[in-house]
Design a protein around this ligand. Structure first.
Ligand code: GDP
Ligand code: MG
Length: 235
């Protein structure tokens, strides 16, 4: 397959305390649905969506947790190979706001410095807010990340979060090209793919080797082969 036929795939992890709206955000963005019922996520899972960034197709794979966040028991396998991250808290849950630094550190311990964004969800419940606007902005400044205020329920600002992350990721890829920097290859082990309850939402047979393959698109893509390693997940 020629370089110019490749597409970019980005693994995005959504972290934050339980019930802040992570699963709802993924469902909203990838399926366009919202439900008021709070169903704890079962099994490691992800959904994906194709978008265009600067005329290039980008496959976003949005990884959800299995509800383990309540026990702080998310496995390394969840973070492994993540290339971008959404740090989420809820407008009506002060503890979730206070936990953001903790979540950021967990991701950085496993993934190093990757594009991140801070999301204050449930902004439709602003009348019951337990966090001041200034506090949220101060945290974003401290963590050096952009802040988005979203309502998954009202479909407010959700797609902007993911477009921004995809743009940041592509910008980083291009800076590696300029710096002649050979980025590390992310690793996803096969064990997670074989774990019970794991569901695949990609094309059949697409992920079962643990290798996320790059698909032909017929359009010009990134020129240098080394960049494609960033998107190859090897066992
Ligand atoms: P998770 O544990 O972080 O995955 O949270 P969920 O996505 O399961 O959502 C927890 C609860 O919050 C569910 O009852 C959702 O319907 C609700 N929820 C999610 N996003 C919003 C939002 O933007 N506004 C409101 N009012 N409720 C939301
Ligand atoms: Mg969930």
């Amino acid at each position: 397959m020629r370089d110019e036929e490749m597409e970019v795939a980005v693994k995005v992890v959504i972290v934050g305390n339980g019930a802040v709206g992570k699963s709802s955000m993924i469902q909203r963005y990838c399926r366009g649905t919202f439900t008021k019922e709070y169903k704890k996520t079962i099994g490691v899972d992800f959904l994906e969506r194709m978008i265009e960034v600067y005329d290039d197709p980008v496959r976003l794979m949005l990884w959800d947790t299995a509800g383990q966040e309540e026990f702080d028991a998310i496995t390394k396998a969840y973070y492994r190979g993540a290339q971008a991250c959404v740090l989420t808290f809820s407008t009506v849950d002060r503890a979730s706001f206070q936990a953001v630094r903790h979540w950021k550190k967990k991701v950085e311990d496993e993934c190093g410095s990757i594009p991140m964004v801070l999301v204050q969800n449930k902004i439709d419940l602003i009348d019951r807010a337990t966090i001041d606007a200034e506090e949220a902005e101060a945290l974003a400044r401290e963590l050096k990340v952009r802040l988005y205020r979203t309502s998954v329920k009202e479909d407010l600002n959700v797609s902007q979060v993911f477009t921004y992350l995809a743009e940041r990721y592509l910008a980083e890829m291009r800076s590696w090209e300029e710096e002649e920097f050979d980025p590390p290859r992310p690793v996803i082990t096969t064990s997670i793919f074989a774990s019970p309850g794991y569901k695949f939402h990609g094309k059949p047979g697409y992920y079962d080797t643990g290798i996320i393959s790059l698909h032909p698109t017929g359009k010009r893509r990134f020129q240098k082969k080394k960049h494609l390693w960033k998107n190859l997940c090897v066992t």
